[in-house]
Write a protein that binds this ligand. Structure first.
Ligand SMILES: [Zn+2]
Length: 276
């Protein structure tokens, strides 16, 4: 009754079933934040959505010397978007263009509404242990890979305390059944992207121990779009904060992610076409 996975994906996702059922509250809200799409030179260039964490009334983590994570995330995401556009190989959309608050599920909905082929959320969060430092890359999982990741996801998801009660997740059971048809392939793509980013970042900046981690980040919950969350470092660590305040360091991080995106689409091109 059900065809091959690619056919199923097109059937379900091409008609927006995934977005409509998975994000009933966020889809409409996201329309008000719809970012402008930048045309790429190639007409069928994949769309990468770059998500600067936090914003507006949500500062994110506050660094040891007072730096707001939201500013670091936006500066790094803007640099990545600039590099991707300059390459002429991608369409690029940012989830926010200035210092505004956007609920986590709206960020997912923006990527859904644009038919994104890849979603990258950029952060520099904080942990209690100020000696913890280095970059890491997260994928979505119901169970966190470690206690620190669980704590990070919990504090990250708490960003929606700013959003009000209408942001609650009310996915119906049927949405879960449909989503399971596409979720596996998306997980595989997310894991591949994670490995590409870890490898590329490892050439440029210090990494956290076990840098490929997973946890229940709400912003990674697209059923149909490979999604990763890059922790560029920790605002709670003096060295990471100082580095991330430097444009040159952020450019290195962005270049590494850019290379990882190139590798992802080179090796996962078939998947990107199916999704797109
Ligand atoms: Zn964050």
């Amino acid at each position: 009754m059900i065809g091959s996975p690619p056919y199923t994906r097109r059937l379900l996702l091409g008609r927006g079933v995934g977005a409509a059922l998975l994000l009933p509250a966020a889809t409409c809200a996201a329309a008000g934040h719809r970012p402008a799409r930048t045309p790429a030179h190639a007409s069928h260039a994949p769309l990468v959505v770059v998500d600067p964490g936090h914003g507006g009334k949500d500062p994110g983590a506050i660094g040891v010397s007072g730096t707001f994570e939201k500013h670091i995330a936006f500066a790094a995401a803007s640099e990545l978007a600039r590099q991707l556009r300059a390459s002429g190989r991608y369409q690029v959309a940012l989830t926010r263009h200035n210092d505004v608050f956007i609920p986590l599920e709206d960020r997912v909905a923006i990527a859904q509404a644009h038919g994104a082929s890849l979603f990258i959320s950029m952060h520099a969060d904080a942990v209690d242990d100020h000696s913890v430092k280095g970059a890491s890359v997260y994928t979505l999982a119901a169970t966190a890979s470690d206690a620190q990741s669980a704590s990070l996801a919990e504090s990250e998801n708490a960003a929606d305390r700013y959003a009000g009660p209408e942001a609650a997740d009310v996915s119906p059971q049927v949405a879960e059944i449909l989503a399971s048809l596409v979720r596996h392939e998306t997980r595989v793509g997310s894991a591949h992207m994670q490995q590409h980013v870890v490898a590329a970042l490892g050439h440029e900046v210090p990494l956290l121990d076990n840098p490929a981690r997973h946890a229940g980040f709400a912003v990674l919950k697209s059923a149909d779009i490979p999604s990763v969350l890059v922790e560029m470092g920790f605002m709670s660590n003096r060295h990471d904060e100082a580095a991330l305040r430097q444009a040159g360091h952020r450019a290195m991080v962005a270049t590494a992610i850019h290379h990882a995106i190139d590798s992802f689409f080179a090796s996962d091109g078939q998947q990107a076409r199916i999704i797109g």
